[in-house]
Design a protein around this ligand. Structure first.
Ligand SMILES: O=C(O)CCC(=O)C(=O)O
Length: 187
């Protein structure tokens, strides 16, 4: 991948996978327009998950598409840009909306059984800046964090999901909404 512009960061590039950050893949005005468009036009849904012995509401909104037929042109356009930038094909997309400082996603790795071998997960950020924390599964833990600017791509590839977990924490101070768009190479 020929991906070296200013501000690109490679956090991991070894047998435990590749984790990298590419800012300004989408220009500021374009990111703003896409954020506004997706905020208003996607069908945002609450999801629940089973936790210990009861269901809880997932603290963020999700929008998914089951088939390419129903996918708006803006989604296809972003998809194409991400594929061109990373020189990699994707076959799945999901949208997440972090409405405020109380929305978050807890420590997890993507299910490798859902991804192709060494499958890439690429996350486009729009709207407010939120922090992505990453830690190794193996102890002593290696940790790092990355501020996800609007228009950026956070890249996880190789065996990253086997060796690393990621997390968007809740914040103490108020923050504007953020939308993330996760592209995956699924089986
Ligand atoms: O919203 C993000 O930046 C991360 C999304 C994520 O980790 C997930 O949906 O599994």
């Amino acid at each position: 991948m020929a991906l070296f512009g200013s501000g690109n960061r490679e956090f991991v590039d070894d047998e435990s996978g590749k984790i990298a950050y590419y800012p300004a893949v989408f220009r500021a005005a374009e990111s703003k327009r896409l954020f506004e468009h997706f905020s208003l036009n996607l069908e945002w849904a609450h999801e629940t998950m089973w936790m210990y012995d009861h269901t809880v509401e997932v603290p963020r909104l999700i929008a998914r598409f089951s088939g390419e037929g129903e996918m708006p042109g803006e989604v296809r356009a972003v998809w194409k840009r991400v594929e061109e930038f990373l020189k990699a094909p994707f076959n799945s997309v999901s949208f997440q909306c972090y409405r405020d400082a109380n929305d978050s996603v807890s420590w997890h790795s993507d299910h490798t059984e859902d991804l192709i071998e060494n499958g890439i997960v690429a996350v486009v950020s729009l709207g407010a800046v939120r922090e992505m924390r990453v830690r190794s599964k193996k102890r002593p833990r290696r940790t790092f964090s990355c501020a996800l600017d609007p228009g950026s791509i956070f890249f996880m590839g190789g065996r990253a999901q086997d060796f690393w977990e990621h997390h968007i924490p809740k914040l103490r101070d108020a923050v504007e909404p953020r939308i993330s768009i996760a592209f995956r190479q699924k089986r």
